[in-house]
Design a binder for this molecule. Structure first.
Ligand code: NAD
Ligand code: TYD
Length: 351
């Protein structure tokens, strides 16, 4: 079936994998990628699909109402898959307001445009909001987040995502906007900006730089291969229930310090270093304020209702990821020049 999609944030980490999957898998869909190309957005991430007949890039900021309306007018979208966001917790601690702008105001701007353009004809339309498990707050040593877990965000990032989730559901309840939403655990894979744990550690190990582990490294995250997340978004977009939310996760919990050791071991082998050499770089640094102890997703609903499950074992996915970073030095060079250096100084060169 022909459909025209607006995918926001398609030049970022997860967005680029979603764009790639939709462009390649659905030749009858037209995919319009709207992205402001912030520090986190990079069109190099989409080199392999940029000339596809069913793909168009439109530079634009989701908080710019006029630009958003112009694109709705021009393309008459049937569907929105909304990924554009400020996405890094540490940056949200440095500058919360930019998170409110993009994540809250940007989302409401897109919801408004969808409501206005689909008014009177919501049949076959769908607004898909991509969110995070961080809205649920933190777990203790046991238990899992389900779709019924009450929201309890602790960082400016998760608070802004929680607010955006509430607006999405409010537009469904108040205006009958057809929406679907997913809350996913930590992703890893290629094209991941090296401010986040896994690519930052790979990059620093490669360059023999200190590996900054926050606190005691005891915090736990549930890691999912990014292509499995993109597959989940495809499944939920096509088969998810109107007004529903789905948790997406890897059933794959790791303490940060154990994960950093695993990465060091993989890198020692790949770089021909003596066993244990990279682990010497580990450096415990001041903990992140408000640092959530543990995230763990119960993705049973998605598995039972829609048949999705993760496809890759973590060690295999991590090795693929390391190989991608080692084979894409130019990409790393480009994204770590400029703003990245300033951010790195500010974040890591503390007393
Ligand atoms: P990212 O930071 O890598 O990419 C964000 C993209 O959005 C970039 O291309 C950036 O240029 C674009 N963008 C930012 N502000 C914009 C604006 N105002 N207008 C238009 N474009 C703008 O983020 P990501 O890790 O790919 O995350 C994508 C989405 O998935 C986010 O909504 C995030 O909250 C969610 N999510 C991420 C993870 C994760 O582990 N990375 C897990 C769960 C959910
Ligand atoms: P991150 O990749 O920023 O994802 P999130 O905070 O959204 O889960 O961080 C993952 C975990 O790694 C988190 O517990 C914080 C920790 N961390 C470090 O220990 N050192 C670092 O330099 C970074 C970026 C993160």
């Amino acid at each position: 079936m022909n459909k025209t999609f607006l995918i926001t944030g398609g030049a970022g980490f997860i967005g680029s994998h979603v764009v790639r999957l939709f462009v390649n898998k659905y030749p009858t869909y037209s995919i319009v990628n709207m992205d402001a190309l912030t520090y986190a957005g990079n069109l190099e991430n989409l080199k392999d699909v940029q000339t596809a007949a069913n793909y168009i890039f439109e530079k634009g900021d989701i908080t710019d109402e006029q630009r958003v309306n112009e694109l709705f007018e021009k393309y008459q979208f049937d569907a929105v898959i909304h990924l554009a966001a400020e996405s890094h917790v540490d940056r949200s601690i440095l500058d919360p307001l930019s998170f409110v702008k993009t994540n809250v105001i940007g989302t409401v701007t897109l919801l408004n445009a969808s409501k206005n353009y689909w008014k009177g004809n919501m049949e076959g339309k769908r607004f898909y909001h991509v969110s995070t498990d961080e809205v649920y707050g933190t777990l203790g040593e046991t238990g899992f987040f389900t779709e019924e877990t009450p929201y309890d965000p602790h960082s400016p990032y998760s608070a802004s995502k929680a607010a955006s989730d509430h607006f999405v559901m409010a537009y469904h309840d108040t205006y009958g906007l057809p929406v679907v939403m997913s809350n996913c655990s930590n992703n890893y894979g290629s094209h991941h900006f090296p401010e986040k744990l896994i690519p930052l550690m790979i990059n620093n190990i490669k360059n023999n730089k200190p590996l900054p582990v926050y606190g005691k490294g005891e915090n736990v995250r549930d890691w999912l291969f990014v292509e499995d997340h993109a597959r989940a978004i495809d499944t939920i977009f096509h088969n998810g229930k109107n007004g529903a939310s789905y948790n997406v996760g890897g059933f794959n919990e790791w303490k940060n310090i154990d994960l950093v050791h695993l990465l060091c071991n993989i890198m020692d082998k790949k770089m021909g270093r003596a066993a244990g050499a990279s682990a010497q770089l580990i450096s415990y640094v001041t903990d992140r304020p408000g640092h959530d102890l543990r995230y763990a997703i119960d993705a049973t609903k998605l598995n039972k209702e829609l048949g999705w499950s993760p496809s890759l074992q973590f060690e295999e996915g991590l090795e693929k990821t390391v190989d991608w970073y080692l084979n894409n030095e130019e990409w790393i060079k480009h994204v770590t020049s400029g703003d990245y250096q300033k951010y790195y100084q500010q974040q890591y060169t503390k007393a």
